[in-house]
Design a protein around this ligand. Structure first.
Ligand SMILES: CSC[C@H]1O[C@@H](n2cnc3c(O)ncnc32)[C@H](O)[C@@H]1O
Ligand code: ZN
Length: 442
């Protein structure tokens, strides 16, 4: 009888950074992957004797981290990147983005845009994204064609679009899609009412009822601009968070995106109700909105995660960059260099995102029994040597160019910087096609 176990893949690395409760960095370790899951993390020399592997991946100058989780994006908006820059949110939306969406967005646009965005996200080490956009079936099909994990928004907005006629229609379509695809292990679902200024109390109340019944998170843009707050005070006599509070929407199911303008009482409400906050620093800075007061949220132990927002406002889908920016902004505003250390930034981009999406039982950290959602960062470039602390380099010095391999559910989707499931020439052709369509209508 053999005393070695058969596994699919053994990945040996200079460092494994599990991002688990122990906060350790494991030197010269290996991850054993079998049938899509991590089955062991152990010293590399022990792994060689213990496992018989079909595939051995030698990454001895790399760090392995949990796949990054982009907790807020509109993937297909990548097809509008650079269409309208240097504008405040409402001008950007009303004059440029919404007119373009009404003319061009259909299921083909969303499928093509989502795959293009998946290519960029994978190259940046992202394994999972939480999306809010029209034609969510095309988002799901785009993600599945790529092999990425995705949380699909069942959107609602109180105006008609080519996707749906009214709030009931949006919700019915979203829930039918969830019924159809929820057994897929790579997909999860959220309700995604767009924002307080585009969704009525009645629609929000329906969503809350459904979300409680189905135990599904609610993903919403919230407190992004001062205009949003002023509009809410004029039309509802209160700030948006207070309105959601009165509707009973604050709770551990709420994923509140942006949260730029917050007072102390509001931060306490978020803490008391266990709400999750998605910090999108690049998008907030570019639209001149400010940025979330993360040090104050950390003081109250609110779960804060990171998002890129769409590529039409960011204009990148790069969570490594968002980690660095989040760390630098938090230090600057708190005037304390020890606010948001590198390890905390990595938690925000991984396990905190998984918690917000309710998928932390099987992803978000490198642990036996969890899915093999793994990102490898190549540390052999000169600017990463010498290295005293790989987490420091990851957050403050590395870039997405160093992402070399990505696995989702044990499948390799990026291998030596090459995408394995997407045809780059085809993505390029489709991007040029949409560029022509959009240009011809401007
Ligand atoms: C209902 S689908 C999503 C909807 O949101 C728009 N959008 C993109 N970025 C933002 C943002 O930062 N704030 C508010 N709305 C945004 C997008 O264009 C879609 O219409
Ligand atoms: Zn957004």
């Amino acid at each position: 009888m053999s005393d070695t176990s058969e596994i699919d893949t053994l990945i040996e690395a200079r460092w494994v950074i599990p991002v688990d409760a122990r906060q350790s960095v494991l030197d010269n370790h290996a991850i054993a992957v079998h049938q899509g899951n991590i089955v062991d993390i152990l010293p590399a020399h022990v792994a060689q004797a213990k496992y018989n592997t079909k595939k051995n991946v030698d990454l001895k100058s790399h760090a392995l981290i949990p796949g990054l989780i982009n907790t807020h994006t509109h993937a297909a908006m990548i097809l509008m990147r650079g269409l309208a820059d240097d504008l405040p949110l409402m001008t950007w939306l009303n004059k440029y983005i919404w007119p373009t969406e009404s003319r061009h967005v259909d299921d083909t646009f969303v499928f093509d845009g989502t795959r293009l965005a998946c290519a960029e996200m994978l190259r940046g080490g992202i394994t999972c994204f939480n999306d809010m956009y029209f034609f969510p079936e095309a988002i799901a099909q785009g993600a599945l064609a790529t092999g990425m994990r995705a949380s699909i928004g069942m959107i609602a907005i109180d105006f008609p679009t080519p996707y749906a006629s009214d709030a009931d229609d949006y919700l019915a379509k979203g829930m039918a899609l969830r019924d159809k695809l929820q057994s897929n292990p790579l997909l999860s679902f959220c309700f995604a009412p767009h924002a307080p200024y585009t969704v009525s109390d009645q629609t929000l109340a329906h969503i809350l009822t459904y979300a409680d019944q189905l135990e599904v998170p609610i993903h919403i843009h919230l407190h992004e601009t001062t205009d949003e707050i002023d509009i809410s005070i004029k039309s509802h006599g209160m700030r948006p968070i207070e309105r959601l509070h009165q509707l009973g929407m604050l709770g551990p199911n709420l994923i509140a995106v942006h949260m730029v303008h917050l007072n102390e009482a509001e931060i306490q409400l978020l803490q008391q109700h266990g709400c999750h906050v998605v910090h999108c620093p690049s998008s907030n800075l570019k639209l001149a909105n400010g940025f979330a007061p993360t040090p104050l949220l950390f003081d109250q132990a609110v779960n804060v995660t990171l998002g890129t927002d769409g590529a039409a406002s960011n204009n990148r889908l790069d969570l490594l960059e968002e980690m660095r920016l989040a760390a630098l902004l938090a230090k600057a505003t708190s005037k304390r260099a020890d606010t948001l250390p590198a390890y905390h930034a990595l938690e925000m981009a991984t396990i905190n995102g998984a918690r917000a999406l309710g998928i932390d039982a099987f992803t978000g950290s490198l642990e036996s029994g969890k899915a093999a959602d793994i990102t490898a960062i190549d540390f052999s470039d000169l600017h990463l040597s010498p290295c005293y602390d790989p987490v420091s380099h990851l957050v403050y010095a590395a870039g997405r160019e160093q992402v070399s391999h990505v696995w989702v559910n044990g499948n390799i989707l990026l291998e030596n910087k090459q995408l394995t499931t997407l045809d780059e020439a085809d993505l390029h052709r489709r991007a040029l096609y949409w560029e022509e369509c959009i240009k011809s209508s401007i």
